[in-house]
Design a protein around this ligand. Structure first.
Ligand code: ATP
Ligand code: MG
Ligand code: MG
Length: 370
């Protein structure tokens, strides 16, 4: 069977490996960590830094196709790999997704709205009238996730101080919007003619980290369809091949604003593992191999709950899974991580019920038993 390679061996790489193995492929994981969650499901684990030239050469030689589980890989390394093997998504798309300045300008170029923002590449850029972006959020252009590398600012003086505080690295200053809801759409695109969008997820964050995804999102069907179309449009604009996650804000007037994108399966798409015929990792395998995307229909309303290290006991002991295990409509996924730390994503569970509200109520009650 063909060997598929993945850059990164975290939980997303692990779920990719499971999907690939299920579909009959072999998997090589590149990750420096000997305990990388994906290694348990991989045929081969190359233990080297993600950008190690020799390791990348080895991947290119031994794999029929290579993908990534995170956006902060070296885009040039992906372009290099693409000279000799199939790579999806492209290094160009990954480069856009890893830089908020490029990302937002691409989103606007595709005809889609973002929050009003100011690109700050150097200190001169912040010496303008900041009123249109205040109160706002200053975000580092690169490497931020789970709300890290962000500062909420009310005044121009605060914004300039926060910029200096971030060490003068490239940033965006984004106007703080009044959010009614947050939703995400995950699109799988193989070609202009072949793409599929998963049902919209409604996302609830806690302390800047995704906590719950509710599907279908509790918004008007027409608005959900509009978000799905926007995700597709963005994937088309990028000539994207692979799985692309698009995060949206729903504003008070029910308009949609794109927040950010991820060039890979997304935490808010883990519900698809239980509630869709094809899950987002199978879609990643399909797109990587140039196969048609699978069907994305929702089999049942579902809620996904993230399990962070906070739920583990003080002494590192596991939560009590008994009640969750007895629930016939719940499915537990653990990522096989050894050390539980606050804020660390250790696993998730999905709960299916007749309505999204029922699923949410049951999911919260189950979480309380852990
Ligand atoms: P992720 O882990 O999703 O990659 P991130 O660190 O890249 O997160 P963002 O998604 O940009 O951060 O922002 C995190 C959260 O902060 C958003 O989900 C939203 O709740 C809030 N937020 C971000 N930008 C804005 C904004 N312009 N107006 C209001 N709230 C915002
Ligand atoms: Mg992000
Ligand atoms: Mg985000």
């Amino acid at each position: 069977p063909a060997m598929l390679g993945i850059l990164g061996g975290g939980q997303l790489g692990r779920m990719f490996a499971v999907a690939a193995k299920t579909m009959g492929y072999c998997v090589t994981v590149l990750d420096p960590d000997e305990n990388a969650p994906a290694a348990a499901f991989a045929d081969r684990h190359i233990r080297a830094p993600y950008n190690d030239p020799a390791a990348l050469r080895e991947l290119a030689q031994s794999c029929a196709a290579v993908t990534t589980e995170f956006e902060n890989v070296n885009a040039d390394a992906m372009r290099e790999l693409a000279k000799t093997t199939r790579v999806s998504p492209s290094g160009d798309c990954v480069a856009i997704a890893q830089d908020r300045i490029a990302e937002k300008s691409w989103i606007n170029k595709a005809g889609l709205p973002t929050a009003p923002y100011l690109a700050i590449e150097s200190v001169e850029d912040i010496q303008v009238d900041l009123a249109p972006y205040l109160p706002g959020i200053l975000k580092t252009a690169r490497l931020g996730y789970d709300g890290k590398g962000q500062a909420r600012v009310k005044t121009a003086a605060e914004a300039r101080a926060a910029y200096a505080n971030l060490g003068g690295q490239a940033c965006v200053l984004e106007k703080m919007l009044d959010l009614k809801l947050e939703v995400s759409a995950i699109v799988t695109r193989v070609s202009a003619a072949q793409s599929a969008v998963f049902p919209l997820a409604e996302n609830i964050h806690k302390d800047g980290i995704l906590d719950e995804s509710i599907v279908p999102a509790r918004i008007a069907p027409a608005l959900a369809a509009q978000a799905q179309e926007m995700a597709r449009k963005l994937a088309d604009a990028l000539d994207y091949v692979g799985v692309l996650a698009v995060e949206f804000f729903v504003l008070a007037d029910d308009s949609l604003v794109v927040n950010e994108i991820a060039p890979r399966p997304h935490n808010s798409g883990h519900y698809t593992l239980t509630a869709c015929l094809t899950d987002q990792f199978q879609q990643q395998v399909r797109a990587l191999c140039g196969l048609l995307p699978g069907k994305t229909d929702l089999l049942s309303p579902v809620v996904m709950v993230n399990l962070l290290g906070d739920v583990w006991k003080e002494n590192g002991g596991e939560p009590n899974w008994d009640v969750l295990m007895e629930a016939p409509n719940a499915q537990l996924h653990l990522y096989g991580k050894k050390a539980a730390r606050p804020g660390r994503k250790m696993g998730h569970f999905n709960v299916m019920a007749a309505t999204a509200d029922d699923a949410l109520e049951q999911a919260r009650a189950l979480k309380d038993t852990l």
